[in-house]
Design a protein around this ligand. Structure first.
Ligand SMILES: Nc1ncnc2c1ncn2[C@@H]1O[C@H](COP(=O)(O)OP(=O)(O)OP(=O)(O)O)[C@@H](O)[C@H]1O
Ligand SMILES: [Mg+2]
Length: 112
C-alpha cells in the first residue's frame, strides 16, 4: 500500500475531491495546514489577495491506496490541483506497512 500526501491550494479542494471520486477513491483525510515552499518571504496570491507572510493556508489530503493505483492517483491529483502558478502544492508518496479496519479487522488492501 502507498500513502499519498498532497498539499494543495484550499480553493482546489472541491475539484480535487470530485476528481478522486471520479476514479473511485473512497477514503481520505483532509486537514487545514499552513506552509511555504521555496518562495519563502516572497509574495503569493491567496483568494485574490497578495500575502507577504511566510506561512500560507493550504489543504493537506492524505490517502492510503493499493500500491498499483499510485500513478493513477498521483496523476489525478496533480491534474485537478494544477493552475500552473507558484504555490500549486506538492505530492509526497510513502510506503505503508499495514492497514486495519477497526470494525471487522479487515487487513491490507481489504481495509481501504
Ligand atoms: N519540501 C517540502 N516539505 C514539506 N512541505 C512542503 C515542501 N515544499 C512545499 N511544501 C508544502 O507545499 C505547499 C506548497 O508548496 P509550493 O507549491 O509553493 O512549492 P514550491 O517548491 O515553492 O513550488 P512553486 O515554485 O511551484 O511554488 C507549501 O506551502 C508547504 O505546505
Ligand atoms: Mg512556492
Amino acid at each position: 500500500m502507498k500513502k499519498i500526501e498532497a498539499i494543495i491550494q484550499p480553493f482546489k479542494l472541491d475539484e480535487v475531491k470530485e476528481a478522486l471520486k471520479g476514479i473511485g477513491i473512497d477514503g481520505m483525510t483532509i486537514s487545514e495546514v499552513r506552509g511555504h515552499g521555496r518562495q519563502k518571504g516572497h509574495k503569493e496570491v491567496y483568494r485574490g489577495q497578495e500575502y507577504y507572510v511566510d506561512l500560507l493556508p493550504k489543504i493537506k489530503i492524505e490517502l492510503v491506496i493499493p500500491s498499483g493505483r499510485s500513478e493513477e492517483v498521483i496523476q489525478t491529483l496533480a491534474g485537478s490541483a494544477k493552475t500552473g502558478k507558484i504555490g500549486d502544492g506538492k505530492i509526497f508518496v510513502y510506503d505503508v506497512a499495514e492497514a486495519v479496519r477497526i470494525r471487522n479487522d479487515d487487513r491490507g488492501d481489504l481495509a481501504l
